[in-house]
Design a protein. Sequence first.
Length: 315
Amino acid sequence: MKVSPWLKRLIPVGVVGAVLVYSFTSHSALNYKLLASCGYGYGQCQWEPIGGAFLSELDVASEGGGKLNVFGQGMDHALWQNKWSGSAWSGWGTIGGLFTSGPGAVSQGTGKVDVVARGNDNAIWANSSTDGGTTWAGWAPVHGLFKSGPDISGWAGRLDVFAQGNDQAVWHASWTTAGWTTWSTLGGVIKGSPGAVSQGVGKIDVVVRGLDDAVWTISTTDSGASWSAWTSLGGVFKSGPDIGSQGAGQLTVVAEGLDGAVWKKTRAGGIWSDWATIGALVNEDPGIVSSAANTYDVVVRGLDNAGWHKAWTGN
């Protein structure tokens, strides 16, 4: 029997304790589910398909209560959204725009969702919702000129956007009710899009992939008035990272490893864990959020260019 090139590509996943389940549609397109090992104590082990077809990485925001808003750049270069109510997915719907990158997304609190992406002018554009993503205010420029897509963090009444400038450094702009600040540099020399999260009011953590392909981080505890030095978290990666938080002192970083799988590293009690795989075969950066107490959700674009989702309890 002749073996499909897709099958040859997918067999050597290099994920210990994983089972790969294949199925063929009537069009002979390969679909897959990666059932990752539960040996790390995750509360849920299976990657769930959430459909769609995308040109770039996905990102995810949560108002809490187990709700999710997932975003991706569709094949039409517009931004598309899929909402999880806590019991069912809404299905993908467009919120328009014309983009050259994947999105970054965050929630400031109940009902509030903010999303950013790089437009075809290479500036950052933002859109917001106050009803959980049912209706949208419309796209507005945050300006700048960037080489990567952005990410966004925030808390009630505050947003912070980060992206890779044309000098390959990380640039930052913030929003309050007074409007957007001008862009300022955080330095560094990076590859791809940064990831960002807030552990609480005033606290922001940013992660990037450095020129050595390791993950690096920088943080502030005073709303960006001052920043720590850049610190390496190690590893060797193919994609930019993302970062999520379950609350003060708790962080989890995810990125695509050289094996094409998602790897994670957590911080709790002031100590970083080693890197560990959570499986899957992905295209580009994963996105992560904490949707409820002691819970993380990760979204990725799979090798089929569709969206996939995984949730687990614990770090």
